[in-house]
Design a binder for this molecule. Structure first.
Ligand code: FAD
Length: 378
């Protein structure tokens, strides 16, 4: 393992905030990563894994603990038991967009709509990354991970990771601990061998974003190019020359509310139904069964509402900033909080709280942050 000079996390995160940790380790092989994590966990100090730093909001004070930066690289191509598919086993530190570029160059489909998402492959399942209706859950087979509780490495199928909308059992949601504290070592995806020709694009959200008619065929390379161009227009591809990209992507999650609450919001607010949980199985002990089975109770599904719409309609325009602050909403995207230079985490947190307050007083709900917060509170 390599102990590095503990750089301020402002230099290692895309929101460009954060004090230095007490210790910083860098691991370039899986063996190094496993050995480092076991040693760090033996010390029982605070720690976290760092990939590309693109989904982290870190406070200004020094982090009193250890950061383990994952720099492992590599893609291994393997046969799949499904005809017409291949598997890619990818090291956790591999750059996500470099993986997408590789898949597209190989004529493999399944992740091309997620072109341009910053960060590492190992962090991708942590919040089940997604864009334009494609999510990693659709192609993820399994991960190799190391559990903090046991220190053991195991292969965990995707179905055991609790992957949902921008969440998994591994994600540190604001204000709570993850259900499973573990570090992903490798990620195995299963992709369709579609080649370089045109093929019909599945998914209405992706077709709409790309302006394609149902059944219209395009190549995976075409999808990648158009997604990258669309994302760049919204400041959603990292670009050192564009401060609108000095962000953690979407800072607030779309809010999931009850159907009755959603009816109190203006009709114009975009909303999407969330599939309800399946009804619990009704168990009637045989001794108590009198021949009557109650009818199933209809459950009204929850509704996901657009956080960007709520922000803009609480009177905050793109580019909004508080007086004298160096933090601002992106000029291209109302959900991205951006660092316009050397804003502190305190300035970004002040802006985030102001936005939450405006949305709450206008619409009665509190937006929740999407990035993982370290050493900072809202
Ligand atoms: C401009 C921009 C656009 C974005 N667009 C999107 C988008 O379209 N869709 C989307 O879903 N996200 C988007 N994001 C968010 C971000 O890119 C993703 O969440 C990405 O997967 C984070 O990867 P990372 O390596 O940077 O993770 P980091 O920020 O380094 O870490 C994020 C969290 O994952 C943990 N972690 C990191 N590596 C591992 C590992 N190997 N094992 C276990 N835990 C780990 C960290 O401890 C931390 O809790 C965007 C971000 C930016 C800056």
């Amino acid at each position: 393992m390599t102990e590095a000079t503990p750089l301020p996390l402002a230099q290692l995160t895309t929101l460009r905030t954060g004090g230095a940790p007490t210790r910083l380790f860098e691991a370039s092989t899986t063996d190094e990563l496993v050995e480092t994590l076991r040693e760090v966990w033996d010390e029982r100090e605070p720690w976290f894994a760092l990939g590309g730093g693109s989904n982290l909001f870190v406070g200004d004070e020094p982090f009193d603990g250890t950061v383990v930066r994952i720099l492992t690289q590599g893609i291994e191509r393997m046969p799949s038991p499904r005809p017409g598919f291949v598997r890619l086993r990818v090291q956790a530190g591999h750059d996500w967009d470099a993986l997408v570029a590789y898949a597209v160059a190989e004529g493999l489909a399944g992740i091309e709509a997620m072109s341009g998402i910053p960060g590492t492959v190992g962090a991708a399942p942590v919040q089940n990354i997604g864009a334009y209706g494609q999510e990693i859950v659709q192609t993820l087979v399994e991960v190799d991970l190391i559990d903090e509780r046991t220190g053991e490495v195991s292969t965990v199928p995707a179905a055991d990771l609790g992957l949902g909308f921008r969440t998994s059992v591994l994600k540190h949601h604001y204000g709570s601990a993850p259900a499973r504290r573990a570090v992903i070592l490798t990620v195995t995806l299963e992709l369709a061998e579609v080649g370089h020709g045109d093929h019909p694009i599945a998914g209405e959200q992706l077709r709409t974003a790309l302006g394609l008619a149902p059944g219209e065929g395009v190549s995976v390379a075409w999808v990648r190019d158009h997604v990258l161009a669309t994302r760049a227009r919204k400041g959603m591809v990292l670009d050192d020359a564009d401060p609108d990209t000095y962000s953690a992507g979407s800072f607030f999650q779309n809010a999931v509310v009850s159907a009755s609450f959603a009816r109190t919001l203006p009709d114009a607010c975009p909303r999407w139904p969330v599939a309800p949980d399946l009804d619990p199985v009704l168990v009637i002990p045989l001794a108590a069964f009198d021949g009557y089975v109650p009818p199933p109770v209809a459950v009204e599904s929850d509704v996901k509402v657009s956080a960007a719409w709520l922000i803009e309609h609480s009177g905050l325009r793109k580019g909004f900033k508080l007086p004298r602050s160096r933090a601002a909403l992106s000029t291209k995207h109302a959900l991205a909080l951006t660092n316009r230079g050397s804003a502190t985490a305190a300035e970004l947190a002040e802006l985030a709280r102001y936005i939450q307050g405006r949305v709450q007083s206008e619409f009665g709900l509190i937006l929740q942050p999407e990035p993982v917060l370290v050493n900072v509170e809202l």
